[in-house]
Structure formats: structure tokens, C-alpha cells
Design a protein around this ligand. Structure first.
Ligand code: FAD
Length: 560
């Protein structure tokens, strides 16, 4: 089987054109193909608006000898290769009668769910503990809060509850992390098995969308349970219990006071579990600061973005609502960039604490809301956090930094969970907005018009004021006066890292497996799920070595 990448065709090509283009490109006769080529990836090449094309990766079979000849003939063509084997193999299988305590996974976000799923697939029957509610009840709490019908619930919101932080999101499923073992493919295949549209396996930049994500999350839950795993909701882990002599994990205590014995605990608690970070700090678990970013959400008419990206092809059903990615290196040394852009989406309240306002974005699968929104954020380095720490070099200073500016946004918004907002023209002119214009802000639970100049540190405001007009060059009209800013966007990634060793255990706490975004090892749904797989493998290999102490590394006993 061979794979050919970058096979370009016009937007409106006939279905048979792929096969014809493949034969033309490789100088083959149609009869030499064994069956129809299979499309494995489809992306859009929109670099030339006058000639937007679809770019395919296709896999196809020929007679074995012909495949070899072709590979030799096109040896210099980087786009032709032997089709890679993307099949995922479990690293082991639990012995039938193990006496080891079952592994505990804390947090039912993408990382925790994939970690638990893989452990369950290997027969280890994990226990998954989640502080929030199942996705149906969580949706009622979160949408109720946004619509002003339910009070804010600190245990059930945009960050906490089944599915984790990305459940009410655009559900973008791509990542820039290196993936030589095709773990991303395994994640996508499991998401399809759990109910996601199979198109995510083929699209270059797939996304699921909020309501469909909720269905997929329920599918993952069902699979884990069917394989013998247990999931407990409204079960917040309040303490990690450690052996005082070895500083090794011996279990967890829940908020209701119950103790669960375990010598392997995966902490996949996400970037907003600030109480858990404080508890880990108290327990002496190694923690270090990590850079993250802060800024505002910006909204534009989606039609403006579509026209800039797709020109006269805007509205073509294969293109959908256009995305963008922007970067500007400001003269004060800060980097300003777009973050988590949501085409045809809504801005939503993403706080997990009372007295704070946090923005983020989500879209439905159709991406058909009027506005495009994106975070426009500025990098924050560990040294910037120092003044906010409780003591010199406080590893949780980044959390204090976030809290400070989120509380400021709450105050600027009128202490009602409304977000402070401003027209872009007014922000650039440093004067408070008194009315909105062509772009109506979509943020729920509501926007209070104000001046955002004091909503972030001065260096961040200066960098944003410099960058935003520059974005007119790639997207004409981007700096329109009526574009709407709302703030603050602070939960771009974790403000800390829980460093881990080669076996993916905490560097100073044996048996603790820091995982996913909260631990600083992921930055989105796909990368968090991939990290969950890696950690499940590490947990499994340790257990298998204990069962067979003579086994070294990935020996025969580790592989099924
Ligand atoms: C509104 C929004 C939109 C987003 N859009 C996208 C997107 O389109 N694409 C993308 O790739 N990423 C998106 N993200 C980011 C993405 O959701 C995260 O990167 C991802 O969810 C991180 O996964 P995780 O499993 O590491 O952590 P999380 O998803 O944060 O999951 C952690 C889980 O742990 C639970 N928990 C915390 N503390 C405890 C405790 N003490 N005991 C028990 N349980 C606990 C939490 O309730 C939560 O369910 C979005 C995030 C938000 C908030």
C-alpha cells in the first residue's frame, strides 16, 4: 500500500477525479490500481483566493513489484511513500488474578477519560473520580448559568464536570505536538467509536462542536464501564495521601471524607483545579511555574473573515466558516497571538470560581453563528508572576496572577458575572465605550461596556494596542472600530507544571502520575487525550513489571 500526499484538485471536482489525478501524477494506468484510492486526509489550500483547492492524501494498492518500482522512480518526491501503519497496539494486558489495587484516575476530561479508557482496554479496571456532574446535569447547570436561570456552581461549570474543560467548546481536534506513534489517530478512532462523525478521521482540521461533544463523552463513559472500569461523579479528591517515609502515594481522600487506597494515582485535573494544586503544594509534590498567556476575546462578523480567507468562494459548503491564525511580535518584546479561534461561535463565561470573570469560545458543529471569535493573547513569563506570589519563587504565583486579573474583570463587569467589554476603536483610543456598533457581543451572561485599559497589566495592554491594527494586513477590516473585545482570557493553559520522570511519575512522589493540561503536558483536547494514553501505558507497564519482576522494558510480557 502506498500513500500520496498533496494531490490537489479544484473545489468542485467530480468524485472520479481523485483516481484520474492520481494516475496522471504517477503515470499509471487506471487498471493498475487495485480498487479505488482511499482518502485519508483532506485539507484546503486557500493560499490563492482566486484558485482555492482541496489537497488530498490518498492510499492505494498496486501489484507489489510495481509499488517497489514506483517508490524507486519517485524516490525524490517527498509526497509519495509506503503507507504508514497507524494501527495502535496496547502495551500489555492485565493478568487475570492480580492482587494489586486498581489504578485511580482523577478528572474526567479528555486526558482522564483516555487514560481510563486505555487502562480499561488493557483489563486494569480503573476507578475514575470526577468532582463535577455527568454531562447532562452539568449542561443544565452551565447553560442555566449563562442564561441567568441558575446560580453559578463552582463544582459544575465550563471547566468542571464530565468531559472536562473542552465539553462546551468548538471541539477542535488538532494539535502541533509530534506524534510518531500515531496516538492522535487512536484518539480520533475512539471518538468515532463513541459517536463522533467519521469525517474527523479525514478532515485536516476536524472539530466536533458543543452538543455533539456531549454525546461523545457519554459514549466514552459507556465504553469504560462496559470494560469493567468504574466512574464516580461528584467525587472531588481533596487530599493525596502519601507514605510519610517514602513520600509515595498510598491513596486519596475524597471531599466526603472517604479514603480510597491506591499506589498509582493519575492526576488529570485540568488547568483550573487551583484547590488541587494548593493541596499538592502542601503535600510537597514538585511544582514549577510555566509560561501561559492572557488577553481578551475579540468578535467580528464571520462574513468579514470568510471574505478575507475565501474571497469569492466564501459560502462554498466544503469550506464552511473560515478560521484564522495571527501572530505579532510587539516592540516591548511580547508576542501577541490568536488563541482558540471559534468560527461562527459564541463567547462564553468560563470561570470556575465565584467573584471572577473568564472568557472563552465555543461553536456548534454547524459553526453558523453571526460572529467569529478568538482569544487575542499576550505571553506571560514566570518572572511576570513573581509580584503575585505568596512568597518568593512561589510556584503557584501564576494562579495568583490569574486570580488577580479575573477578579478585576469581575469588578469592571459590575460584580454580576457580566464581562467587561469595549469596542475595538475605543480600546485603541483609550476611551470607555458607551454603545456597541455593528458587532453585538455574544458573551453570556452579558457584557458591561467600559474601558479595558486597566483590565490587564500595562505591558499586555501596550502589546495588544500595537498588534491589533497590524492584523488588518492579513485580514482587511480586522481592526474595524466596531469589533468587540470582552475579557479576560486567562485560562489559555496551565500556569504551572508538575515535572515527571522517564516513567511519567512525579519527580519526587512515586506513584503520582501528573497528566494532561493541568500538569503542563498538553494544550488542547487532542494533546490531552494523547497524554492520557501515554500515562495509561506507563501505569500499565509498571504494573506488569511488578507482576513479572524479571521483565525489562517492553519485553514479550508487556506486549499483547
Ligand atoms: C470553553 C472552552 C473551549 C475550548 N475549546 C477547545 C477546542 O476547541 N479545542 C481544544 O483542543 N481545546 C479546547 N479547549 C481546551 C481543552 O478543553 C483543554 O485543553 C482540555 O480539556 C484539557 O484536558 P484535561 O483532561 O487535561 O483537563 P480538563 O479537560 O480540564 O479536565 C479536568 C477534569 O478534572 C476534574 N477535576 C479537577 N479537580 C478535581 C479533583 N480534585 N477531583 C476530581 N476531579 C477533579 C474537572 O472537573 C475536569 O472535569 C477549550 C476549553 C474551554 C474552557
Amino acid at each position: 500500500m502506498l500513500r500520496l500526499n498533496e494531490l490537489k484538485l479544484p473545489l468542485d471536482h467530480e468524485p472520479g477525479a481523485i483516481s484520474e489525478a492520481l494516475c496522471r501524477r504517477l503515470k499509471l494506468q487506471a487498471e493498475q490500481l487495485h480498487g479505488e484510492p482511499r482518502v485519508v486526509k483532506r485539507s484546503v489550500d486557500g493560499r490563492r483566493k482566486s484558485n482555492i483547492q482541496l489537497a488530498y492524501s490518498v492510499e492505494f494498492s498496486l501489484a507489489a513489484e510495481l509499488e517497489q518500482r514506483l517508490l524507486k522512480r519517485f524516490a525524490k518526491d517527498p509526497h509519495l511513500q509506503a503507507a504508514p501503519d497507524t494501527t495502535y497496539q496496547l502495551v500489555g494486558q492485565a493478568p487475570a488474578h492480580s492482587t494489586q489495587p486498581r489504578p485511580v484516575v482523577v478528572g474526567a476530561g479528555p486526558c482522564g477519560y483516555f487514560c481510563a479508557l486505555l487502562l480499561a482496554q488493557m483489563g486494569f479496571k480503573p476507578l475514575l473520580l470526577e468532582r463535577g456532574k455527568p454531562v447532562k446535569e452539568r449542561s443544565a447547570d452551565t447553560f442555566g448559568f449563562w442564561q441567568g436561570k441558575r446560580p453559578f456552581n463552582p463544582e459544575s461549570n465550563a471547566q468542571f464536570g464530565e468531559g472536562g474543560a473542552g465539553t462546551f467548546s468548538d471541539g477542535k481536534l488538532y494539535s502541533q505536538v509530534r506524534d510518531p506513534r500515531h496516538l492522535g489517530r487512536k484518539v480520533l478512532e475512539e471518538l468515532v467509536a463513541a459517536g463522533a462523525n467519521p469525517e474527523i478521521l479525514v478532515l485536516h482540521r476536524p472539530h466536533i462542536g458543543t452538543f455533539k461533544l456531549a454525546t461523545v463523552v457519554r459514549g466514552l463513559r459507556a465504553q469504560i464501564r462496559a470494560l469493567g472500569g468504574e466512574i464516580r461523579f461528584e467525587s472531588r479528591v481533596e487530599r493525596l495521601e502519601l507514605d510519610p517515609h517514602r513520600h509515595a502515594v498510598r491513596g486519596v481522600t475524597l471531599a466526603d471524607g472517604s479514603f480510597i487506597a491506591a499506589d498509582q494515582v493519575v492526576m488529570a485535573v485540568g488547568h483550573s483545579a487551583r484547590d488541587s494544586f494548593a493541596m499538592l503544594q502542601e503535600q510537597g509534590v514538585a511544582i514549577e511555574r510555566k509560561p501561559f498567556s492572557v488577553g481578551f476575546r475579540i468578535e467580528h462578523p464571520q462574513a468579514l473573515i470568510d471574505a478575507a480567507r475565501w474571497g469569492s468562494c466564501a459560502g462554498h459548503p466544503l469550506l464552511g466558516a473560515a478560521e484564522y491564525k495571527l501572530v505579532h511580535h510587539a516592540s516591548n518584546g511580547r508576542c501577541v497571538y490568536s488563541f482558540c479561534m471559534c468560527p461562527g461561535g459564541l463567547v462564553v463565561g468560563a470561570t470556575s470560581e465565584p467573584g471572577r470573570v473568564v472568557t472563552n469560545g465555543m461553536s456548534q458543529h454547524s459553526r453558523n453563528e453571526r460572529n467569529a471569535n478568538s482569544g487575542i493573547v499576550v505571553n506571560i513569563e514566570p518572572a511576570d508572576m513573581e509580584p503575585y506570589g505568596a512568597f518568593p519563587d512561589d510556584p503557584l504565583a501564576g494562579v495568583a496572577f490569574q486570580r488577580h486579573w479575573e477578579a478585576k474583570a469581575y469588578a469592571l463587569g459590575g460584580e454580576s458575572f457580566a464581562a467587561p467589554g469595549q469596542r475595538l476603536g475605543d480600546f485603541l483610543a483609550a476611551k470607555a465605550s458607551t454603545s456597541t456598533g455593528a458587532v453585538q457581543p455574544s458573551y453570556a451572561p452579558g457584557v458591561t461596556l467600559t474601558d479595558l485599559s486597566s483590565a490587564l497589566p500595562d505591558y499586555a495592554i501596550a502589546a495588544l494596542r500595537e498588534a491589533l491594527p497590524q492584523f488588518n494586513a492579513p485580514i482587511p477590516g480586522y481592526a474595524m472600530d466596531d469589533a468587540m473585545l470582552t475579557g479576560v482570557e486567562t485560562r489559555t493553559s496551565s500556569p504551572l507544571r508538575l515535572p515527571r520522570d522517564q516513567q511519567l511519575e512525579s519527580v519526587n512522589t512515586p506513584g503520582l502520575y501528573p497528566a494532561g493540561e493541568g500538569a503542563g503536558f498538553a494544550g488542547g483536547i487532542l494533546s490531552a487525550a494523547m497524554d492520557g494514553i501515554r500515562v495509561a501505558e506507563a501505569v500499565a507497564l509498571t504494573r506488569l513489571r511488578r507482576e513479572h519482576p524479571s521483565a525489562q522494558g517492553e519485553s514479550a510480557c508487556d506486549r499483547v
